[in-house]
Design a binder for this molecule. Structure first.
Ligand code: COA
Length: 280
């Protein structure tokens, strides 16, 4: 099933929603309309029962050439109120929504990924890139700093030296380098990009959605907590899953490993839908 907005296209197949930034003639640079469309699409997919995993990619041969220098920067220069409104929407989908999104998210990168596109790149849970992709924190090359939340996102995702190097030099780098510095999880030749992305999405779909959601949220939340807060938060989060998880994963997992001996948690998740529903 395909959903089309002015600057975003969504294709839903077998639980995966493929969301394409769709301005291929501009290398998918992010215009104000694209931000409005992405914000609306992500809001909709978060509660869409047919969407188990969201993949964000670019239409054509490129992921995203960053903010649209003409429509977002120059075009809104003399319109401060509109600039503020669109900036809020842009930041909301690229960071706030994605950072704690209820469903697993993957960025699939081919071609260019520049500047402002690093926000959605880093906010998503996983990145699969082609070897041939070209990444660049290009801001320094045209007169601004990595704004909105780009500098913070990059500082969080990369080691200190790599973050400073790429932000200050603006040097372009390929998919293999993106993997080496921790920006991407998986790097494959362009021909295998979709297949590898699909493989990762299917692995994610085999897990209990409730436990997966709690896990990713916990991993992100504890980053800014001290040790005592983290102990406390994680205890409560674990208790919450036992109440809210329709798969009753904890009890099912224990029963199937300890009593039925039907699976090994080190190698695989228990099979979804096999929970006995017993809650003690
Ligand atoms: N904003 C606005 N327009 C952009 C754009 C951007 N970020 N990136 C590409 N485009 C447009 C070009 O202006 C061109 O438009 P035109 O056909 O009307 O002239 C079209 O997309 C194709 O780009 P072009 O530059 O001709 O392609 P290329 O293959 O020679 O170069 C890039 C591709 C990505 C290297 C180059 O376009 C570039 O450096 N873009 C700027 C990327 C950037 O710095 N983004 C960070 C913003 S925060």
């Amino acid at each position: 099933m395909t959903m089309q907005r002015q600057c975003v296209k969504v294709e839903k197949r077998d639980g995966i929603s493929w969301v394409y930034l769709n301005r291929p003639e501009k290398k998918n640079a992010m215009s104000p309309q694209l931000h409005l469309d992405m914000d609306a699409v992500l809001e909709e997919l978060e509660t869409d029962p047919d969407t188990k995993v969201v993949v964000i990619a670019g239409a054509g041969d490129n992921f995203c050439a960053g903010q649209d220098l003409k429509e977002f920067f120059r075009g809104l220069e003399d319109k401060p109120a509109e600039f503020k409104r669109i900036s809020k929407v842009a930041n909301r989908w690229r960071w706030d929504r994605l950072y704690m999104y209820d469903k697993p998210t993957i960025c699939m990168v081919d071609g260019y990924c520049a500047g402002g596109a690093f926000m959605q790149l880093i906010a998503t849970d996983f990145v699969v890139t082609s070897k041939e992709a070209t990444f660049s924190l290009s801001e320094v090359n045209w007169g601004i700093i990595p704004g909105a939340l780009v500098a913070k996102a990059v500082s969080q995702a990369l080691g200190y030296r790599d973050a400073l190097y790429y932000a200050c030099l603006g040097d372009a780098f390929d998919g293999e380098e993106a993997k080496r510095i921790g920006l991407a999880n998986i790097c494959v030749p362009r021909a295998d990009l979709v297949k590898e992305t699909e493989k990762l999405a299917k692995k994610l779909m085999a897990k209990s959605p409730e436990v997966l959601r709690a896990t990713k949220q916990a991993m992100r939340s504890v980053r800014t907590m001290d040790v005592q807060q983290a102990y406390d938060y994680l205890d409560v989060k674990n208790a919450a899953i036992r109440v809210s998880d329709p798969e009753h994963s904890y009890r099912t997992g224990l029963t199937q490993f300890l009593d039925k001996k039907t699976f090994k948690p080190v190698y695989e998740p228990f099979e979804l839908g096999t929970g006995d529903g017993t809650r003690k």
